[in-house]
Each structure stands twice: as C-alpha cells, then as structure tokens.
Ligand binder design. Structure first.
Ligand code: DC
Length: 216
C-alpha cells in the first residue's frame, strides 16, 4: 500500500471546493494544492506581457516556469484571470506540463488534497478519495454576488450567472480532460448545503476509507 493519502476534489467554479479542500487539508494534515492557480499563473503570465491567450508556445513556456511554491493567490484570484485560465486550459500540451507538476506534488508524503477539474479523472486517477462538489449555477452566482457585496462591491446577478454558465460550458466542453465526475467519485451537491455540512459529509466518507485502510 502506498504511504501517501490523496484526496481529489473536482467541480465547477464557485461550488465551494476550495474552502472544502482547505478544511480537509487542515483536518487531515495533508498538503494542499489548488490546481486552478497553476492555470491562472499561466494565464496571468500571458496577460502581463500582452500576449494573446491562444499563443500556445508562450503558454507552454509559462507553464514550464510555474513554481508550485510561489503561486500568489492574491494576484491570481482576480476574476479576469480565472476567465483567462479557462481559455489556456484547453491546450493539451499546457495541461501535460502542469499535470506532471501536480502529480509530483501529490506524491510527496504524507499526501495531499488537490482541487480542480480533472483531479479524479486524469491527475490522480488512483486517489484514495474522490469528491465531486457541485451546486446549481444560480446558487453559485448568488454566492459570488454576496461575496462581491460583502467587500463593498456591486455587480449584476444576470451578468455573473452568464459568466458562470460560459465558464462551465468551456470547462465541461473541452476535448482534453473536460470537467466531469470520475466514475468512483462521491457527489456532494452544495446547492442547499452549508460548507460545514459539506465538510461533515466529506469527513464521513474519508474516515470510512481510512478505517478500511487501517484494517487492511
Ligand atoms: O478553479 P479555478 O477557478 O481557479 O480555475 C480556473 C480555470 O482553470 C478553470 O476555469 C479551468 C482551469 N482548470 C483546469 O482546467 N483544470 C484544473 N485542474 C483546474 C483548473
């Protein structure tokens, strides 16, 4: 049996997987990687020098330069960077470079929680636990609006919803590694579930797997 423990969390933008991943990594004392930041870092590098997002060779170079230890969430969390990340994420060669780094990260003891779009299907198909966290587009849009308003901003609900639907379509519709639940993923629909309830549901699944593993 391997000495690492891997938890793969996938799902669409805004479903709450980032918060859940952080809570689980803290609780089980595992390393944590938000793989969306790696695609965001590539997009950000292109945006910074004004290169188009479909410049594949520049995106490959930027992907090779991504250093997982230096991903700056504050810079990369901008909404426009997320949208751009979804565009560079369609290129198979860019994905291959980033996936290799993500797999290396997962291999380091004691193991890791990785969240993204293709963790259970492509990056870590042998993960000990796979969770697919989702919520309706309307609920995700409402949450984003509340988040923006909580920091004093304003936004239009219909625009946010359209944005979310466009991003879903791109992430689920691309040819390489589209967003979809792995066949053996546990589904967590957070539409009517607070993050605490999602955390407890995930813990129940994980504790059960750990108990079986310790018995084996
Ligand atoms: O999770 P996020 O919003 O930070 O991700 C930004 C974009 O990066 C997302 O729209 C698609 C892409 N992505 C991906 O293709 N595969 C991943 N494992 C993570 C993110």
């Amino acid at each position: 049996m391997s000495s690492t423990f891997t938890i793969a969390i996938d799902g669409p933008a805004g479903a709450g997987k980032g918060t859940l991943a952080r809570r689980l990594a803290d609780h089980y004392r595992l390393n944590l990687l938000d793989t969306g930041l790696t695609y965001r870092a590539v997009a950000h590098a292109l945006l910074q020098v004004g290169l188009p997002l479909d410049n594949v060779s520049a995106a490959e170079t930027a992907a090779r330069q991504v250093d997982l230890a230096r991903l700056d969430r504050a810079v990369l969390s901008a909404h426009a960077v997320g949208e751009a990340a979804s565009k560079v994420a369609v290129f198979p060669t860019v994905r291959r470079i980033l996936v290799e780094k993500q797999r290396d990260f997962a291999k380091a003891p004691p193991g890791a929680v990785l969240d993204g779009r293709d963790i259970g299907t492509v990056v870590c198909p042998d993960a000990d636990i796979k969770l697919y966290v989702t919520a309706s587009a309307e609920v995700r849009a409402k949450r984003r609006l509340a988040e923006i308003e909580s920091i004093g901003g304003t936004a239009d609900f219909a625009e946010i919803l359209a944005d979310i639907e466009r991003r879903d379509e791109r992430d689920m519709g691309r040819a390489d590694s589209p967003l979809k639940p792995a066949a053996d993923a546990h589904l967590l629909d957070t539409s009517e579930m607070a993050i605490e309830a999602a955390f407890l549901a995930a813990m129940a699944v994980i504790d059960d797997a750990l108990a079986k593993r310790n018995k084996a």
